[in-house]
Ligand binder design. Sequence first.
Ligand code: 6PG
Length: 246
Amino acid sequence: MKEECQIFSTPAELAHAVADDFLAASQKAEMKQKKLSIALSGGSTPEILFNILANSPYKDGVRWEEILLFWGDERCVPPDNPESNYGLTRRTLLDDIHIPKKNIFRIRGEDQPEIEAHRYATILRKHLPLDKFGHPRFDWIFLGLGNDGHTASIFPGSAIMKLKNKICVVAEHPQSRQKRITLTLPMINRANKITFLVTGSLKSQILREIFDRNSGFEKYPAALVQPVDGTLLWYLNREAGAALSV
Ligand code: 6PG
């Protein structure tokens, strides 16, 4: 596993760096004539990225037709619900860019969770490239870090942390009991590239425990994101990285 960490002065600077990576990756996909399968996350940090990608030079510079968009997790609500991760992406990005509708594979939060988890796993098997063991893998997954160390919708103490062979499952938010659909850690860790977008001082101590591998760090689901043979990138703003010794 190759791991890198970059700390940026502001969330906007962080998001612009990611948008530049996004642009370059889409141009490379066009040259290689191989579509790029990307899983997005929800949260406030990706929202900044989406707003930047929806404007020049990315709006018209990114080769959107080369990009297949998926989600790493979704709340089990309809797409027009303010809680919907897809709805957030649609409002802040998809409504403003020319991406073919056939390139968008949302999780249907309005459907029965167990049925949708099974359907989405079938979609991923059908549309994603396969690794050397024949398992579907993403080219690039974006993840956030919750204040409790969760990532995607894998929460501390959840049995989902121990799953070894599922692609995506039904999760439940520990406080709200809201049902979610989430990729599992084995599915996440098969990705070729995983980028954590983390902002805010509330994350700094958890990041320090994860980076220092302090005893008990593995109680945080985000700490179990360890790509099998891909690259793990941490993009932090100054507040989130404040407790790190890097
Ligand atoms: C979700 C998100 C979640 C998010 C983190 C960080 O559906 O809740 O996917 O995993 O990434 O909570 O959110 P912020 O970027 O807002 O800190």
